[in-house]
Ligand binder design. Sequence first.
Ligand code: NI
Ligand code: MN
Length: 235
Amino acid sequence: MGFVLSVRDMEITWQSHSCFELEGSMNILVDPYIEGNPLSPRSPLEFEPELIAVTHGHADHLGSAGEIASRTGCLVVAIPEVVRYLSGQSVRAEGMNIGGSYQVSNVILHMTQAIHSSGITATDPPLCGGGSAGFVIDDGIKVYHAGDTALFSDMKLIGELYRPDVALLPIGDRYTMGPREAAIATSWIRPHVVIPMHYDTWPVIKQDPLEFKSLVETLCDAEVVIMDVDETIEC
Ligand code: NI
Ligand code: MN
């Protein structure tokens, strides 16, 4: 990718659904839904992150976080209720909440609002997962991972406050924004690059990302990057 905004570069790899690896000053894994993910070609054993960020307790986001973190000893950052659940699995986890920031080495995590539900669905019955969130991850390049969310007008505030370079937005519809809402979100957040996520994992969230791309192009000048699973781009 051509744009240079920062002293540091970042490699972004999509592991399908809402799972991304961000490789900047440290290796960060967001929403590691690997085991049981019909689109993921990888095993949880292949990941050696230094930090895992979890947006909410649903199984397709919390995913393999516990397994990867207990094997590697890496830190997990999530909302306190998810941290409490993970702490029971001998995982090193730190809580934060919406509106707050937390620095890990050179990386600053800002936890942002998301409009969604949040129970920990890996257990039966589900446990209270606190709330549902997103993150702006600032490692020189600033990446906004929206988590699972509806469109909400404070995305304008997220854009103003954190000025993300890259936005990762769900487009699958039904459980989150669809292409139309996500295109409006892009115009409000005003990132340089937007990457669609949370689609095609199952038939109920099948989408054409090219529809999202053309909608974005009618609203703003963000570059839409449609990633392949396991593909890496450089920002
Ligand atoms: Ni969810
Ligand atoms: Mn989800």
